[in-house]
Design a protein around this ligand. Structure first.
Ligand SMILES: *[C@@H]1O[C@H](CO)[C@@H](O)[C@H](O)[C@H]1NC(C)=O
Ligand SMILES: *[C@@H]1O[C@H](CO)[C@@H](O)[C@H](O)[C@H]1NC(C)=O
Ligand SMILES: *[C@@H]1O[C@H](CO)[C@@H](O)[C@H](O)[C@H]1NC(C)=O
Ligand SMILES: *[C@@H]1O[C@H](CO)[C@@H](O)[C@H](O)[C@H]1NC(C)=O
Length: 213
């Protein structure tokens, strides 16, 4: 009897623990076609749900409605102590789950403007992030080792040409190394000498300075 009680207690602790650790993302998966069919290609995003996070110094929080049919991205003036305050009103963006939309622009630090479409989905406790041609990720402020769950990332799928106005860049991974084809308008290829698993850069401090992990 004691044993059963102990097992039950352990089970409850285990379930509670799992609940605490559960993390949900709003995913925007890129497609070239306006009905979001075919191969995934272009610029996409993932946003953590129900946490205050920053993209290039602007604060956001993503929520889901009760039956998870809609998501809302809200923007805030402040995000001190990981709390979003000062809602910028009339600026909420609503995306229906499973909907297909023109990609919004949450790209930062590059001048890239997405021209693809994105399919909206929810992902609970994703186990890994696919290998993309390019990805920039933010972690919670203070997480200088990038040990926690990413709060946000934007990415370009392998071989997506990213138009930056007067030049373009195409990133791809080959043999675990990252390459960039840079065209302005003549093209050359550079080896970025980083593995494809690692981010190129990301922001991991409260001031959103480039981190070192
Ligand atoms: C989801 O959002 C759409 C577009 O704003 C709206 O028309 C619809 O009523 C919403 N659905 C629910 C269940 O809130
Ligand atoms: C592209 O334009 C920006 C701003 O207009 C300029 O600073 C930059 O030097 C240009 N780059 C090239 C490769 O022409
Ligand atoms: C990315 O594209 C390159 C060049 O086309 C290819 O060699 C490589 O296998 C692709 N990598 C992945 C992860 O799909
Ligand atoms: C690619 O690099 C990562 C990180 O260094 C490593 O864990 C992985 O085994 C490598 N994969 C291949 C195919 O070399």
């Amino acid at each position: 009897m004691k044993m059963i009680k102990l097992l039950l207690l352990l089970l409850i602790l285990f379930l509670n623990n799992n609940q605490v650790k559960s993390v949900t993302y709003l995913e925007m998966t890129p497609y070239e076609k306006s009905d979001c069919s075919g191969e995934s290609e272009g610029i996409g995003y993932a946003f953590i749900v129900n946490q205050c996070f920053a993209i290039a110094g602007d604060y956001y929080s993503v929520s889901l409605n009760s039956d998870h049919s809609n998501s809302t991205i809200s923007e805030y003036k402040d995000g001190e102590n990981n709390q979003c305050t000062g809602l910028i009103s009339d600026n909420d963006k609503v995306y229906e789950i499973d909907g297909c939309y023109n990609a919004p622009n949450y790209v930062w630090n590059s001048g890239a403007v997405p021209s693809n479409y994105v399919k909206i989905s929810i992902s609970v406790n994703p186990t890994d992030i696919p290998q993309y041609g390019f990805r920039q990720t933010t972690y919670a402020p203070g997480d200088k080792d990038c040990q926690s769950n990413p709060q946000f990332y934007w990415y370009a799928t392998n071989n997506t040409k990213i138009d930056m106005g007067n030049f373009s860049a195409t990133f791809y991974c080959s043999d675990n190394e990252s390459f960039e084809i840079y065209c302005a308008p003549g093209c050359f290829t550079t080896d970025s000498s980083m593995t494809c698993i690692r981010d190129f850069t990301h922001w991991a401090t409260e001031n959103y300075m480039a981190g070192s992990c």
